[in-house]
Design a protein around this ligand. Structure first.
Ligand code: DP6
Length: 370
């Protein structure tokens, strides 16, 4: 499996490629939450270990890409709007993304782009929008490619969208499809590879159907350390190699759990992964802590409630202070009551988002004006 499969063959350009002047395309793409975490990467957005995530449903980005042919094809030309407001501070990240993907989308410099984007979750919620945002943009660009080039079937479309999204933000490659997506080569998962995410190809027990993820927004502030900086601190990290091995083993163990439906084993593995991620941050040089006191309060409350009730409530964390509370759908009622009665005190403005496992991105509308 190589990158070359994603470089378009010049013979496949449609006749319309010369004349397509302008148009727009809209995609909505969800966020995802990793169960086995990606933390540490090699050059070219290649992960140090395989990861697996639940695709979410309601936390998503909706992006419309307007494209219009331009004269000068020597440089990228685009503008970005978030909720209708021009966002020049997003431009450097998108410029970097365009540079990385230009080889695979050679028409990028032929068009001026207006990128209009909005998130269903508040921008300052501490929920990373890079996974949903980069995947939505990658999908819009693929829809344009599909108008320009022949022979793009759905399988190739999704693969290449994931491949491109990865070059924008690693975890974004896991947002194209659902309900569970694996990214990174694992010896026991057929088709898994470092270049793009694949739908988890094996049986999943019904216990995980509609699995719930209620996101407690502990801290809505800007993170002090970005994920990209955190990944880089895994170079020369004293525990890195062991961690990467552990991720392979945990994914292997998770395969058995997903098949058997053993919820206690699931919770143990997923919580251990979350705490290991933060342990890696605390043991890098320089070290840093993204959890807040209320993150720990919530974790302790969850453990006490689980012990007292026997309910299958567990948590995971991403690279921030927020807590993702995970539980099976049929235990929702008492767990939501517990969240309302006991956990809201620890979250900013009592703000939480009830989400659940989902099935990936959707195209909203497509029209060509030429
Ligand atoms: C902790 O995908 O945000 O959420 O590739 O540098 O954009 P870049 O990093 P990013 O890292 C996400 C890390 C994580 C774990 C995960 O989602 O697997």
């Amino acid at each position: 499996m190589t990158e070359h499969q994603f470089i378009p063959n010049p013979d496949n350009y449609r006749d319309i490629a010369k004349t397509l002047e302008s148009g727009k395309v809209t995609w909505e793409s969800p966020s995802n939450i990793a169960l086995v975490k990606y933390w540490g990467k090699k050059k070219g957005q290649i992960p140090e270990n395989p990861s697996i995530s639940f695709t979410l449903t309601d936390c998503k980005t909706i992006t419309t890409l307007y494209f219009s042919k331009k004269e000068n094809d020597k440089e990228f030309s685009f503008e970005v709007f978030l909720d209708g407001e021009k966002k020049d501070d997003f431009k450097p990240k998108i410029e970097t993304f365009f540079k990385r993907i230009e080889l695979y989308l050679p028409f990028l410099k032929d068009y001026h782009f207006k990128i209009e984007t909005t998130n269903t979750f508040p921008h300052s919620s501490g929920i990373a929008s890079s996974a949903s945002g980069m995947s939505a943009l990658a999908l819009c660009l693929m829809s344009l490619e599909k108008q320009l080039i022949d022979n793009i079937d759905e399988n190739y479309f999704n693969k290449k969208a994931s491949f491109l999204a990865r070059l924008g933000s690693g975890s974004a490659c896991r947002s194209i499809e659902g309900d569970l997506v694996v990214w990174g080569k694992h010896e026991n998962i057929a088709g898994s590879n470092d270049l793009f995410g694949i739908k988890y190809p094996y049986k999943i027990h019904k216990n995980f159907k509609n699995y719930q993820d209620t996101i407690l927004l502990v801290d809505k502030g800007e993170k002090q350390v970005s994920s990209t900086v955190g990944h880089n601190l895994m170079y020369n990290h004293p525990f890195a190699q062991e961690r990467f091995k552990q991720a392979h083993n945990n994914l292997n163990a998770l395969m058995g759990i997903l098949e058997s439906g053993n919820l206690n084993a699931f919770i143990e593995l997923v919580e251990s992964e979350a705490l290991t991620l933060h342990a890696m941050m605390m043991t890098s040089m320089p070290y840093f802590i993204l959890m807040k006191p209320n993150t720990l309060e919530i974790i302790n409350k969850i453990w006490a409630f689980r012990k007292a009730t026997g309910l299958h409530i567990g948590f995971t964390l991403d690279a921030g202070a927020n807590v993702h509370v995970l539980y099976p759908e049929n235990e929702s009622a008492p767990i939501l009551e517990f969240i309302n009665n006991e956990l809201v005190a620890y979250i900013e403005n009592a703000h939480y988002i009830v989400d659940k496992i989902g099935f990936g991105a959707k195209q909203v509308v497509i029209s060509i004006n030429n």
